[in-house]
Ligand binder design. Structure first.
Ligand code: DON
Length: 561
């Protein structure tokens, strides 16, 4: 990260810290809103709503637009999760997470001595999971869409062909990735240039791929010319994705995780996303404590959330994996008695070292650059979608002749028990690699209700920090009475069991609290370049209007009416 960018970040977070007590208000609209990582994508989604489309139509349009305007994470060859709430109160979830290729196996990233081969699951064609995004948006449209899908894809095609205006953040991201694009690909990709803010990035090959999807539907991606280009290029680069892998991919409707926190009803994503289970565990651990006399982001607050997170992430590492492959005791893990027992070792007097915490004992088995967008439509339907290529620009493989980037989601599996992935997360057998299995995710698209009515739509990127960022934004609103933008602006912290450190955004926390935490045995990691999450959320205000929280840590923007 360049020095001026670090300086900007420090200034931004210092200003936020200085203004902590002031109410910053986000965009307020009467009826409908899209909040996403780029204004262009939010505008396209909002325009669909204005034409009479619903939140699901807007989701399709926003998703394809982000694949063009935000290629670091927006995608057609990644995957993700959606949680929805219709205006009649019905809720559900869609899993369009990537899968391991058919020929994938447990030890595929290990050398002959059984050690993990550095970068093999992160960079290049061997790191790619079978993409789920296109299947996901078509599945959503089939079930809930009202406008012709061609009209929802066309704005993205036009944007790819006309070109997008590169922002300063984007120029940095692209330039930082140039060497890796060069290393991985055997031709000069459209993303390699010496980018400056204001440059135009045109993606003609991507426009043509999107046209095939527009004209042939899901088959325009998983079959025919696009599939041929993908399979052949991956093979050229030493990957293992076949036509059969692509043809077999299906998005899956799942029952979301639903639980109460005080007067609120929370609905979040289930496995293979760990977000809902961990969010339930952490909020249930915090619920018995009276937060009214604990100051926001004070030593005590950070202690409580850290200890609850430590215990939950220890469970995550041991128990959680793809529910279609492993038996995960979801009910036991989210049971109040189990959670209260886990918190019994918590003391205000000193940190519980992670070495003393492992997974809890459950009664028995009953039968883990991403982007997030939140949408509320004029009919009262809400969708919360988190989608990713995993790390920025995924595997850096840009399909020759097709112009889109492939994910490196295979790194979200546990390549070897106890060996951390790029987010420092460790895993066990439950998240080991197997043919066609889905890798564990931390994504946490979430919807909050109060008194049976929609209250909040929230989610974020940030790898392992996704869960704790969503957690802190829910608590900011429900416990500390913040507005949506005010909440999103707050400095954030994170603990994930291992490594046993509290990560903090720079200059967001006062010295007294930090010193006190250190004296209690907590290790603090505060690096200048570290930002935690980019939360894009919508809050329904008491008067029924909508307030956006669009994260200023990125180029995120809300558009609505
Ligand atoms: O699914 C997961 O948990 C990760 N692949 C998410 C990656 C991510 O959020 C990167 N963004 N900053």
């Amino acid at each position: 990260m360049k020095a001026y960018k670090i300086l900007f970040l420090i200034t931004f977070l210092s200003i936020l810290n200085g203004c902590k007590k002031e109410k910053t208000v986000g965009l307020i609209t009467e009826k409908a809103m899209v909040v996403s990582a780029r204004e262009e994508a939010s505008k396209i989604g909002s325009a669909i709503l204005q034409k009479g489309g619903n939140a699901y139509d807007a989701m399709v349009a926003t998703h394809f637009a982000l694949a063009v305007v935000y290629p670091v994470a927006g995608n057609i060859a990644g995957g993700g999760f959606m949680v929805y709430r219709n205006n009649d109160g019905t809720k559900g979830a869609l899993d369009f997470r990537e899968k391991a290729p058919i020929t994938a196996h447990k030890d595929m990233y290990l050398d002959s001595l059984g050690n993990v081969i550095e970068n093999k699951s992160v960079l290049g064609a061997f790191a790619v999971g079978i993409p789920g995004s296109v299947a996901g948006v078509f599945e959503v449209h089939k079930k809930f869409g009202t406008l012709p899908i061609k009209d929802l894809i066309q704005p993205a095609i036009d944007l790819a062909r006309k070109g997008i205006v590169v922002t300063e953040n984007q120029a940095d991201d692209l330039n930082n990735a140039t060497e890796r694009f060069k290393k991985v690909n055997n031709y000069k990709t459209v993303f390699e240039n010496n980018w400056k803010a204001g440059d135009i990035l045109k993606q003609e090959e991507l426009a043509q791929t999107l046209e095939r999807i527009r004209d042939f539907g899901k088959d325009g991606f998983y079959k025919g010319e696009t599939a041929d280009l993908l399979v052949n290029y991956v093979a050229e680069l030493g990957g293992i994705i076949t036509h059969e892998d692509l043809e077999k991919y299906e998005a899956i409707w799942r029952k979301p995780i639903e639980f109460s926190y005080k007067d609120y009803n929370i609905t979040s994503m289930t496995l293979p996303a760990s977000g809902g289970i961990c969010l339930a565990q952490i909020l249930k651990s915090v619920e018995p404590f009276d937060l009214s006399d604990i100051e926001h982001n004070s030593t005590k607050y950070i202690q409580l959330l850290t200890e609850a997170s430590r215990r939950s992430y220890a469970d995550r590492a041991h128990y959680l994996g793809d529910i279609d492959f492993v038996n995960v005791p979801i009910d036991s893990l989210t049971d109040e008695n189990y959670i209260n027992n886990r918190m019994k070792s918590f003391s205000w007097d000193k940190a519980t070292p992670s070495s003393e915490v492992s997974q809890g004992k459950i009664l028995g088995y009953e039968s883990d650059e991403t982007t997030h967008y939140s949408i509320v439509d004029q009919f009262g339907n809400a969708v919360s979608v988190t989608t990713t290529l995993n790390t920025g620009y995924g595997s850096k493989v840009v399909v020759k002749g097709a112009g889109f980037i492939l994910n490196n989601e295979m790194d979200d599996f546990s390549s070897k028990p106890g060996v951390p992935n790029v987010y420092g997360l460790v895993g066990s057998e439950a998240n080991s690699i197997a043919s066609e299995k889905r890798m564990l995710s931390s994504m946490t698209p979430t919807i909050v209700e109060k008194d049976g009515k929609l209250k909040m739509v929230v989610g974020t990127p940030g790898g392992s920090t996704i869960i704790t960022s969503v957690l802190q934004n829910i608590l900011n609103v429900v416990e500390f009475d913040m507005g949506m933008q005010e909440s999103v602006n707050q400095p954030r912290f994170h603990h994930q069991w291992l490594p046993d450190v509290i990560r903090m955004e720079p200059n967001g926390f006062d010295e007294v609290s930090k010193n006190k935490l250190e004296s209690l045995g907590y290790e603090i990691l505060e690096r200048n370049s570290l930002i935690i999450g980019r939360v894009d959320a919508i809050l329904v205000l008491p008067n029924g209007k909508l307030e956006a929280g669009a994260d200023k840590r990125g180029d995120d923007a809300a558009v609505g009416f």
